[in-house]
Design a protein. Structure first.
Length: 324
C-alpha cells in the first residue's frame, strides 16, 4: 500500500504541475495578445479598447495591463487613462533590430521588384493568425497597398496568408485552421474552402494568388520560403491594383518575378547562418542567385516544433512529385 500511495501521490503532483504549466502558458499567451493590440508606437489604448480588440474580459485585461506596466512593457497615461508601449518593449524590439545587413539586402531585392511592378512588395513572417511585415518596398508611383514595417495582415484574407497555410504540412495546416475556427471563425470560413486548391496549385507552380479577398480592388500573389532560422515558412508577397493586374496578368507577368525573388531571398536566408536580426553577417558573403523560373524542390516534410526534424534550406516549395 505504501508504494501505491507514493505512486498516486507522485501522479497527483505531476498532474498539478502540468495544470500549473498550462495556466502559465495561458497567462503568457494572453499577455502577448494584449501587447499585439498596440500596433503603432504611438498607439494609446484603454482597458475597454484592449478588451474589445483581443476578446478578453475587461477584468482580465485590467490585471494584465497592471502587470505589464510594472514590468515596463506598458506605460500608463493618467490624463488619458490609457496605456501605450513602454520602454522595456521598445528596448527589446530595438535590440532585435541590430545588425541589419541581411534585412538591407532583402529590402534591396524587394525594391528591385517594386521598380518593375507598381505595387507593394513585402517580406512577412507568421504571428498566430496574422503575418507581420519585416521589410517592404514600393516604387515612387506605386498604387494600392501601403503597408509598412511592423504592419500585421490577416492570414485568412491575404495572398501571403493563403501561401503560408498551403505550404504547411497538411496536419499542421489543418490544426492551425481548427484553432482559427475556434477563435476567429469568420477568418476560417474564408480560408477553408480554398486551402486544398491552394495546396495543389502551390505544389505545381510554387506560388499562390488571392484576388479580391482583402479588398475588391487588390489582387495579391505570394511565394512561401522555408526558413531554417525560424523552422517555419516566411513569405514574399505583392499586392497590386486589380484594375491593372487581373488574375491572368498575375500569372503571366508577376509570378516569374516573384518566383525569382523567392529564390533569391531563400538563398540569403540559407546563407545567413543566423536569424534575420543577427549581427554576425559580416563573416562571409551572402549567396544571391537568380533562377529563371525554375524552383528547387524542397526536402522532407514540415513540423512546427524545432528539433523534431532535420533542417532544410530556405527555398520555394514547388515539387512536381508532390514533396514539399
Amino acid at each position: 500500500m505504501g508504494r501505491r500511495s507514493e505512486r498516486l501521490s507522485k501522479q497527483g503532483m505531476l498532474a498539478s504541475d502540468l495544470a500549473g504549466e498550462g495556466d502559465v502558458i495561458q497567462v503568457v499567451s494572453r499577455a502577448f495578445d494584449v501587447l499585439r493590440c498596440f500596433e503603432g508606437h504611438e498607439a494609446r489604448l484603454g482597458n475597454l479598447e484592449i478588451s474589445n480588440r483581443c476578446g478578453l474580459p475587461r477584468s482580465t485585461v485590467s490585471r494584465l495591463t497592471h502587470t505589464l506596466t510594472r514590468m515596463g512593457q506598458l506605460v500608463y497615461l493618467p490624463r488619458d487613462q490609457k496605456y501605450r508601449i513602454g520602454p522595456s518593449a521598445v528596448a527589446m524590439s530595438t535590440s532585435m533590430m541590430r545588425g541589419l545587413q541581411l534585412r538591407n539586402l532583402i529590402r534591396q531585392r524587394l525594391q528591385d521588384v517594386a521598380e518593375q511592378l507598381p505595387g507593394t512588395v513585402g517580406f512577412v513572417i507568421p504571428d498566430r493568425f496574422h503575418l507581420v511585415y519585416l521589410e517592404f518596398a514600393r516604387a515612387a508611383n506605386a498604387l494600392g497597398l501601403h503597408e509598412s514595417t511592423g504592419s500585421r495582415i490577416a492570414m485568412a484574407s491575404t495572398a501571403a496568408g493563403h501561401a503560408y497555410t498551403a505550404a504547411l504540412d497538411a496536419d499542421v495546416g489543418d490544426a492551425l485552421l481548427a484553432e482559427m475556427e475556434r477563435e476567429i471563425p469568420a477568418g476560417a470560413k474564408v480560408l477553408r474552402p480554398r486551402l486544398e486548391a491552394n495546396r495543389r496549385f502551390l505544389q505545381e507552380h510554387g506560388y499562390v494568388v488571392a484576388c479580391g479577398l482583402w479588398s475588391p480592388h487588390i489582387n495579391g500573389l505570394a511565394v512561401p520560403i522555408w526558413s531554417p532560422q525560424y523552422q517555419t515558412f516566411v513569405v514574399v508577397t505583392i499586392g497590386l491594383l486589380s484594375a491593372m493586374y487581373d488574375e491572368k496578368r498575375l500569372h503571366k507577368e508577376v509570378a516569374p518575378r516573384m518566383l525569382d525573388l523567392g529564390f533569391a531571398v531563400g538563398s540569403m536566408l540559407e546563407g545567413a547562418d543566423g536569424d534575420v536580426f543577427s549581427n554576425r553577417l559580416d563573416r562571409k558573403p551572402l549567396p544571391v542567385t537568380t533562377q529563371n523560373n525554375k524552383i528547387i524542390k524542397a526536402e522532407d516534410t514540415h513540423d512546427l516544433e524545432a528539433g523534431t526534424r532535420r533542417p532544410r534550406p530556405a527555398r520555394s516549395v514547388r515539387a512536381r512529385d508532390g514533396r514539399r
